[in-house]
Design a binder for this molecule. Sequence first.
Ligand SMILES: NC(=O)c1ccc[n+]([C@@H]2O[C@H](COP(=O)([O-])OP(=O)(O)OC[C@H]3O[C@@H](n4cnc5c(N)ncnc54)[C@H](O)[C@@H]3O)[C@@H](O)[C@H]2O)c1
Length: 273
Amino acid sequence: MKAFNGKTAVVTGAASGMGRALTQKLLSFGAHVVATDVNDDGLKALVSGHSGNGKLTTQQLDVTNQVAFTALIHDVAAKGSLDYLFNNAGIAITGELKDNVQSDWQRTIDINQMGVLYGTLAAYEVMRAQGFGHIVNTASIAGLMPAPMLALYAMTKHAVVGLSLSLREEAKVYGVRVSAVCPGIVETNIVGVEQMQKLKLGNDSPFDFIRKRTPVRPISPDQAAQAILAGVVKNLPEIIFPLHGKLSVSTFHNARRVWELAVAPGLKIMRGK
Ligand SMILES: NC(=O)c1ccc[n+]([C@@H]2O[C@H](COP(=O)([O-])OP(=O)(O)OC[C@H]3O[C@@H](n4cnc5c(N)ncnc54)[C@H](O)[C@@H]3O)[C@@H](O)[C@H]2O)c1
């Protein structure tokens, strides 16, 4: 994709999953990527695996630290321009809402919602001054429909969609673009061991469970990154992928009863009932 050649992009949550794949793809397209994450070891691994096109800079960043996030964005812009911000970092805390505790709510809101807001505010300021730029906020299909056993996650992802689509309209007059990324199921490290244990799936990962029990086929982070960047080039408002994600959202909105019937068996298993 020629659109990214020579452009500067900040990616959050770049040490794993879709953030890592986005970083690698952007580099392969000749971009300068400022890859950030709380996980410094993951960033080091990214550097050691980098060769060829593009320029890679890494910096440890916790997206819940507004001061550090704002400083990073201003620093990147001051050295040239900020063409893209990929607000990708996120976590998923599983389980029934009744069993989620205060620290679960707080962490989910701090990272998934406030982290995206902090990045958006900082990038919007420098991009307005530049007169161009694209803010790409990763939500989820759980930002467009419910996600039982992931209610906190769904709450924050709906917030990201609301923020992004509202700002998209406000930002047009300043030449700034905003998109919401809404992936379906992507096989990454997002559901760690601790969260997996809360779902009663035995030895299966959530991805194995989905493969065994449903027609849904999780996609790879690389496929996801390709879909995201293709959507960014087209400046789509919502970048929804793959087909299973589009179908889930449209079934929920157009055939609610079918969606409820499809979700019920998996939900029963995850609750261990
Ligand atoms: N995997 C899926 O099926 C799926 C589906 C829809 C949306 N998403 C979203 O995609 C995004 C990327 O997730 P992923 O699936 O690649 O997960 P992942 O766990 O593989 O990667 C997430 C990265 O975010 C980093 N991170 C976590 N907290 C952070 C913080 N406070 N500051 C900075 N970095 C932090 C982690 O260290 C990790 O490297 C998330 O926003 C997630 O909610 C994932």
